[in-house]
Design a protein around this ligand. Structure first.
Ligand code: VGL
Ligand code: ZN
Length: 210
C-alpha cells in the first residue's frame, strides 16, 4: 500500500520516553530502534501529536504501591483489571522525559496521561475508567484531522488502546507496525493485534508511507 500523507492526516507518537527505552524501568525490547523511523515519518506529516505517560509516585498501576504485589500481577480495580507495573514515567524524573533523540520540532501537541493517582490511562484519548477524556478527540476534531497514523511504545498497550479508541471515535486509524515495539506480556501482543483487526484498525509498515 502507498499512502501519501494529506493535510488532514496526523502522526501520533506514543510514549517514546526513557523508561520505555533500553535502560529504563519498563524497557520495551528494541524500543530505541523505532526512533529513526519515527523521525523519518515525522518529516512526511504536517501534523504530529505526541503522548507522554505521566504518573505521580503513588500511582495505582505501580506494584510498589500494593502490599505483596509484584510487577505484571493483575489486580481488580473499580474500573476493571489492572496490570501492575514497575514504577515508570514518574513526573519530574528522567524516565518520564521524552527521548531527546526524537527529532519532531513541528509536533503540535503533547498529551499527558495517567496523572490521576487512582486511574491508569494507556489510551491517549481516555483513562482506563473509559469515561474521563484527555481532550485529544476534541483537539483532533477542531483541527479537522481525520486520519491517524499511530507509532510508538508499546504496541500492545498504549499504542493499541490509543488506536482502538481512535477507531471507536470514528477516525480512520492506521498502526505503523515497524514504528512500534511491544511489551508482549502473557500473549498481550497477539491479543492487541486481534482486537485492532476486529475494530478495523489498519496495519501498515513505514515504507507504505510515501
Ligand atoms: C505503557 C504500561 C504502562 C505504554 C504505559 O506506554 O504502553 N505500558 N504504562
Ligand atoms: Zn504507565
Amino acid at each position: 500500500m502507498a499512502i501519501a500523507p494529506a493535510p488532514g492526516d496526523v502522526l501520533i507518537v506514543v510514549d517514546v520516553q526513557y523508561d520505555f527505552l533500553p535502560g529504563g524501568s519498563l524497557a520495551v525490547a528494541g524500543g530505541d530502534q523505532i526512533i529513526p523511523l519515527v523521525n523519518k515519518l515525522g518529516r512526511k506529516f504536517a501534523n504530529v501529536v505526541l503522548t507522554q505517560d505521566w504518573h505521580p509516585a503513588g500511582h495505582v498501576s505501580f506494584a510498589s504501591n500494593h502490599p505483596n504485589a509484584k510487577p505484571f500481577d493483575v489486580i481488580d480495580l473499580p474500573y476493571g483489571a489492572q496490570v501492575l507495573w514497575p514504577d515508570h514515567c514518574v513526573w519530574e524524573t528522567h524516565g518520564a522525559e521524552l527521548s531527546a533523540e526524537l527529532d519532531l520540532p513541528h509536533a503540535q501537541l503533547i498529551i499527558r496521561k495517567g496523572y490521576n493517582e487512582m486511574v491508569d490511562s494507556y489510551s491517549g484519548f481516555q483513562e482506563a475508567d473509559r469515561r474521563t477524556k484527555t481532550g485529544l478527540e476534541g483537539y483532533l476534531r477542531e483541527r479537522r484531522l481525520k486520519r491517524l497514523f499511530v507509532t510508538g511504545l508499546a504496541t500492545d498497550f498504549c499504542v493499541a488502546w490509543t488506536a482502538l479508541d481512535a477507531c471507536a471515535a470514528g477516525f480512520e486509524t492506521f498502526v505503523i507496525e515497524d514504528a512500534t515495539r511491544a511489551i508482549d506480556a502473557d500473549g498481550s501482543l497477539a491479543k492487541a493485534w486481534g482486537d485492532m483487526a476486529a475494530a478495523g484498525v489498519q496495519r501498515l509498515v513505514a515504507s507504505d508511507i510515501v
